[in-house]
Design a protein around this ligand. Structure first.
Ligand code: PEP
Ligand code: MN
Length: 454
């Protein structure tokens, strides 16, 4: 990541940074205390940026390579981060899983991997209902730790704007550790075995990874013996991303970049707009259109080619490769049917967007036990469908967007180290959607690497 000597400043209204306020915004909490909200916004506006504008531009450049078909985007992390998950163990395990997946994809798929975490800011959740009822008691739904608490009590579920400041601090300490891990030696490719140490004996995917790590070692020893010891092996570029959902927060962290006079949302490198908030005439798209960060937009099975084309006009009027990523989440049973028209019409229009596959959100169901879950086979099948469609059209399957954790949870069923429906209760820890555990994540990386190579 590049350093920027420039200081960003807080924008005034003339910059358009707050134009979203004139438009309808769905999925926003009903804050009970507007003075407390104003206070916290003022506080956030005074805080230093979490990321530099120059780093956001660098990610746009990396994504431009993905758009050209020269690299692959791995975007992954929790569905919802939690304040009590800000611990060295959790962060390291997640990072380790992403680094292992990336090593598999780079080596077995022979492609550079752009690594973007759903991390250091993924604290806000869109929900299908505003309230939740249990045993005859109705309370506001949990909207993520940035808004209210997970516990089902009136106090905890009451939206509290002070949580937006906690979100900033939780993101800052997470990002600080991520930066230390990725530049301070831990992500050095010579650690390719160390990332697997606590894992190898217990799992088939861990053993498969170990064999690959041995090959990487051999290749590195060979290069070393030839006198090649590239700096690129020592550190890793790792970017942060989250859904830009709570606009009071995102807007309070928007700054004018003094290099260019442009607006950047400095709460994370990449911001995406979710399936429920991508209405063209609403506040989220307006906000996203004003900032220069690379932007993702989720496209579900009801998206039309017209929607996609209008999103391009709004968010990428200059057709800058890397600026816009479409994150398709069709469902395994619909991807082969729905995706081709979208890609064809967008390609015909000449926009170079990045296409990536979120194989999670179209494949969620409720198990008999009441757990929200996903079948690993469905996840895999959607990715397969995504690759087939791109292959058929001669376009580039640019990457995957997955919900994962480095911990051995039991939230999704299937995988090589199989988890059964009856196992779900054992370690079901997500605050929102079911995540792939480490073993399932590695399985997926091996299978995607095969698809990429074929
Ligand atoms: C998510 O990514 O966690 C999410 C809510 O996705 P979507 O907007 O695609 O439903
Ligand atoms: Mn989710």
């Amino acid at each position: 990541m590049t350093d920027s000597p420039h200081l960003e400043t807080t924008p005034d209204d003339a910059t358009g940074a707050r134009s979203w306020r004139d438009l309808p915004a769905v999925q926003q909490p009903e804050w009970p205390d507007s003075q407390a909200l104003r206070d916290v916004i003022a506080e956030l506006e005074s805080y230093p940026p979490l990321v530099f504008a120059g780093e956001c531009d660098q990610l746009t450049e990396r994504l431009a390579a993905v758009a050209r078909g020269e690299a692959f985007l791995l975007q992954g992390g929790d569905c919802a981060e939690a304040f009590d998950g800000v611990s060295a163990d959790h962060i390291r395990n997640k990072l380790k899983t992403m680094l292992q997946m990336s090593a598999v994809l780079t080596y077995a798929g022979s492609v550079p991997v752009v690594k973007v975490g759903r991390i250091a800011g993924q604290y806000s959740k869109p929900r299908s209902k505003a309230t939740e009822t249990r045993d005859g008691v109705t309370l506001p739904v949990y909207r993520g730790d940035s808004v209210n608490g997970f516990a089902f009590t009136p106090e905890s579920r009451r939206p509290d704007p002070r949580r937006l400041a906690r979100m900033y601090h939780a993101s800052a300490s997470t990002l600080n550790l991520v930066r230390a891990f990725t530049t301070g030696g831990y992500a050095d490719l010579r650690q390719v075995h160390a990332w697997n140490r606590d894992f190898v004996r217990s799992s088939p995917s861990g053993q498969r990874y170990e064999a690959l790590a041995r090959e990487i070692d051999r290749a590195m020893n060979f290069m070393n013996a030839c006198g090649v010891d590239p700096e690129e092996f020592r550190t890793v570029e790792f970017f942060s991303s989250h859904e830009g959902l709570i606009l009071d927060y995102e807007s309070a962290l928007t700054r004018v970049d003094s290099r260019t006079g442009e607006l950047y949302d400095v709460s994370g490198h990449m911001i995406w707009i979710g399936e429920r908030t991508r209405q063209l005439d609403h506040a989220h798209i307006e906000f996203a259109s004003r900032i220069r960060n690379p932007i993702g937009v989720k496209l579900g099975p009801t998206s039309t080619a017209e929607d996609a084309l209008q999103l391009i006009d709004r968010l990428d009027p200059e057709r800058t490769p890397g600026r816009l990523t479409f994150i398709t989440r069709m469902g395994a049973d619909k991807v082969r049917d729905k995706l081709p028209t979208l890609i064809e019409k967008v390609s015909a229009q000449g926009a170079q967007v990045v296409w990536i596959c979120d194989p999670m959100h179209g494949n969620t169901f409720e198990a008999a036990s009441g757990h929200k879950t996903r079948r690993f086979d469905d996840v895999l099948d959607e990715v397969k469908g995504f690759f087939e469609v791109h292959k058929g059209l001669g376009t580039h399957p640019g990457g995957i967007h997955v919900e994962l954790t480095g911990d051995d949870v039991t939230e999704c069923v299937g995988g090589g180290d199989e988890i059964f429906v009856d196992d779900l209760h054992q370690r079901y820890e997500t605050a929102c959607d079911p995540r792939l555990n480490r073993s399932q994540s590695l399985d997926l990386a091996f299978l995607v690497a095969e698809m990429y190579r074929d």
